[in-house]
Write a protein that binds this ligand. Structure first.
Ligand code: CAA
Length: 258
């Protein structure tokens, strides 16, 4: 694996996303590797759970890779959003517990990835946002749905329309994260203690809790389809080209509504 470090201990995988030069941003190669890891988690009888975290102190994941997004056509953007949604749904529907241990920026696709996990815990320096609006696009990996489910419509709309970053403490108040700790060591230790408690229960009951909680949130019942189509529509705009160019050129965007 090029973009992950993987450790296995006490039947639990700790998977560390490691693409430090881009603050662990999710490019196509990284998402393909993550898909393989999740598939292996489904299939391997010995593995009972997975803890997902980011390498370094700065980022869990700073979003989808903007340099890759910038060149997408509308059809390619639709395909990317559907592919990402499918992978994140696999995470959400996994019959074994997946805990996101968020250690820094969880932005855009990074916040969406954390939200697809069953439980989120964070260090106090972690920050959360859906900043896609600043690029002239919308969340495309399920964020419009899961953020709304987790924090309610009013706050979700505010966060997605302003692109504002919130602190770990605020994320906890909103119900976006379950626990906040001070240090990286405490994060690792809390993730492991929650995981060990869960995996000491019966695997079938664990799987059925997850299945039952998720039963009302399938692709059929909500806006995932609308999200991928609207993501693609945004990708075809001048504003999106301008938003991504501005990020890459390290300047402010000039949006014109075209
Ligand atoms: N994609 C690609 N590269 C990224 C990236 C991203 N999402 N986030 C950071 N990087 C890269 C930067 O380009 C920079 O690379 P260079 O050194 O080669 O210039 C490096 O990581 C370090 O980043 P900064 O210099 O920007 O660090 P900073 O401390 O000044 O700022 C930050 C940190 C606030 C996280 C800033 O990097 C940032 O705003 N990143 C983008 C966040 C974002 O908009 N995420 C959403 C992406 S869209 C999305 O996710 C769509 C979806 O739902 C599918």
């Amino acid at each position: 694996m090029k973009n992950f470090q993987i450790q296995y201990s006490n039947k639990v995988l700790t998977v560390t996303i490691s693409r430090p030069k881009a603050l662990n941003a999710l490019n196509a190669e990284l998402l393909d590797e993550l898909k393989d890891i999740i598939q292996e988690l489904y299939q391997n009888h010995d593995t009972r759970g997975l803890i997902l975290t980011g390498d370094g102190d700065r980022a869990f994941v700073a979003g989808a890779d903007i340099k890759e997004l910038a060149t997408l056509s509308r059809d390619q953007a639709l395909e990317l959003a559907r592919k990402g949604q499918e992978l994140f749904k696999k995470i959400e529907d996994c019959p074994k517990p997946i805990i996101a241990a968020v250690n820094g920026f969880a932005l855009g696709g990074g916040c969406e990835l954390a939200m697809a996990c069953h439980i989120r815990i964070a260090t106090e320096n972690a920050t959360f946002a859906q900043p896609e609006i600043n690029l002239g696009i919308i969340p495309g990996y399920g964020g419009t749905q899961r953020l709304t489910q987790l924090v309610g419509r009013g706050k979700a709309l505010e966060l997605m329309l302003t692109g504002d970053q919130i602190s770990a403490q605020e994320a906890k108040t909103l119900g976006l994260v379950n626990h906040v700790v001070s240090t990286r060591d405490e994060l690792t230790s809390l993730a492991n203690s929650i995981m060990n408690k869960i995996v000491s229960k019966g695997p079938l009951a664990i799987a059925n809790v997850i299945k039952s909680v998720n039963a009302g949130f399938g692709f059929e019942n909500d806006g995932f389809v609308a999200e991928s189509e609207n993501f693609a529509a945004c990708a075809a705009t001048y504003d999106f080209k301008e938003g991504t160019a501005a990020f890459i050129e390290k300047r402010s965007p000039n949006f014109t509504g075209k």
